[in-house]
Design a protein around this ligand. Sequence first.
Ligand code: PHE
Length: 500
Amino acid sequence: MRLPATQAAVLRAASAEEYREVDEIADEVGEKPETVTGAAFALEEAGLLSIREESEETASLTEEGEAYVEAGLPERRLYDAAIEAGADDSSVPMGEVIGRSGLEGAEVNIALSNLARKGLGEIDSGALTATRDVGEDAEAAALSALASGESVEDRETLDALARRDLVERTERSVRSVKLTDEGVTALMEGLEERDTVGQITADLLTSGEWREVEFSPYNVEAEAAEVPAGRKHVLRRTADRVKDVLTGMGFREMEGPHADADFWINDCLFMPQDHPARTHWDRFSLEEPERIDELPEELLNRVESAHREGVGPDGEGYHSPWSEGMAREIALRGHTTSLSMRYLSGHAVGELEPPQRYFSVEKVYRNDTLDPTHLLEFFQIEGWVMAEELSVRDLMGTFTEFYESFGITDIQFKPHYNPYTEPSFELFGHHPETGELIEIGNSGMFRPEVLEPLGVECDVMAWGLALERLAMLITGAEDIRDLHGTLVDIEFLRNAEVIY
Ligand code: PHE
């Protein structure tokens, strides 16, 4: 049989009686373990070898474990001191035993808890009675065995040492190979080696020799070392995906200031100036500059009138104070609906004729309390559709389509209240790990009190969805702080997928 040189060498080194480890064969044939593994896979495919994979556990001492090999385990030192002090005859005050043992600081507590666990003695009213004839200490024996490079089979003791952080266990997978009957036959019939090329080189190309040589096939299923490369953050990737999906649904992107006039953030939205969300508790206001100068005068008047007198023949205003000064104050936006107001008013990209669809995926700021589902800054997926005839069905259908592109097919709607939409809906989705229903957005149809001052004469449905919550549903993260911040697991960032 004709085989590539390394395969032939591996086949010769393999045994028909027993499995031999790849590392051992690699040593023998003078090749790298990866090369031997590659050859072994090819031989397995050809039916000449069988491969066995086992995971092997190795235990090694931690720094603390090593220290105890020298000095002795704290509890044993305490015990020995107790015996010396005659505590196996009658109890000896703790202070005396500890003094004799030379233990200090944290070691004393370690000694006491393990002394009790191992039944080396008992403490009663501040005095210690030592147990007689306790025999050899399995943990100490295991520690010194590991220190001298021997392996320890006693699982229970290893578990105990691992719990104490005295040993560290690592698992590695070990591959071993054995000849199959066909492999034996092939060897007996004789092998002919052939040189194969694993990698094309410039020389092979320029000389034209590549035409003659035989290439060894790649085994694309072989396990390779992982190379963690740079990668966009999972939240940014979710945002990119959201933008792709909404653009695909015909939406255009809005942009605008993070710090904005209260006018755009709240007044345009028919939020009464004495609304609790507008107190300084909930917002981050700006000191410098404190106020905005340029606001469209006419719009300002129409918004003021909507607040004071309402809109339409049956309209009722709020009958509560309204001041232009407050409308001009600047704060970090608590929602990106400020952008929707700027666009719908015609002051961002000019007057808009229906139908129109706009969105943004931008940061908002709220003075909330940090918890598993709340951050002080987060991303909002803002959006709106302007058209002649819109109903709640259109709104629900848009969400269904949007979330379906992330594999989320069971969103739920709950009636809600917003000062600026009627009707209004909150959106909920099931967390894939906990099954819990979590709020993922808020939406509704803008009221005439919002649209009329803006000069919009048709229907507008709108929403604000939480990007982080969407990312939680997609990735299964259970705490928003698992997505970004100091607590995030680097493996999660390396592996989390957002594309459905
Ligand atoms: N501004 C709302 C929020 O932050 C979201 C929303 C936008 C609701 C537009 C309705 C219409 O929760």
